[in-house]
Design a protein around this ligand. Sequence first.
Ligand code: NAD
Length: 244
Amino acid sequence: MKARFDADGDVLIITGGANGIGAALAGAYAAAGGTVAVFDVRRGADHPSGRVHHYLVDVSDRDRVLAAVAEVRAEHGRIDALVAGAAVQPRVNVLEMDPGQWRRALAVNLDGVLWCVQAVLPQMLSRQSGVILVFGSGLGSAGHPGASAYAASKAALVAFAKSLAAEVATDRIRVNAVFPGVVDTAQFRAANPPGGERERWERSTGIGVAEDVVGPLLFLLSPAAAMTGSVLTRERAFSAGDLS
Ligand SMILES: NC(=O)c1ccc[n+]([C@@H]2O[C@H](COP(=O)([O-])OP(=O)(O)OC[C@H]3O[C@@H](n4cnc5c(N)ncnc54)[C@H](O)[C@@H]3O)[C@@H](O)[C@H]2O)c1
């Protein structure tokens, strides 16, 4: 995608940015002149610009999140934006769910967002500037068999984002949620084996690729997005490449 967005030296933390949508955003943001700190349990690919930096962080570990955010501030000076994308999606029916599976999904998908927000917000408040994006999901409103923990966490994240947006509305900090649509990533493939539901999605909405979500995310990160407490829903799998 041709970059029409200027990150202008800004510093962005992307959790879960080693793969999928987060990795596509990391590349685009760095290509647009920004610095990216990827927090992930896996190491992602380097970027030719040298502006994508990798930190091994399990977002459910509050102490590690606080330490990594301090490292980013020490190394890059400030944090302009947080995109909280790290998530896990266990597929297990309610009756078979063991406490560990339930706790892990909420610890990564929900607690992890709180720890990251608590770590970056104080300096955003002191600078009176910042952008925070979280990922909801259509499954969080529609529900899905076997996806109760994931869906519950994603529904809760929308309420969290709206409440946080209201708390910081007068501090020039924007907080929004994104529903990326159905996107072919490792998480999607693991949760949806070929056939069945995946085939239905292919026929009805189409399945996008990670790069398709980059434009909507860059828009929300840009000053053009004079909106907060909102949900941007990318309903169908239009590919940016098809529109140019
Ligand atoms: N792909 C879709 O169709 C879709 C649809 C709706 C919402 N989403 C959401 O979009 C976001 C990105 O998803 P994706 O499809 O690109 O997934 P992905 O699996 O490609 O990437 C998720 C990343 O999170 C990382 N991660 C997992 N646990 C972590 C932890 N404890 N700490 C740090 N990192 C951790 C993984 O290593 C991975 O790099 C997620 O929040 C997902 O729920 C995706």
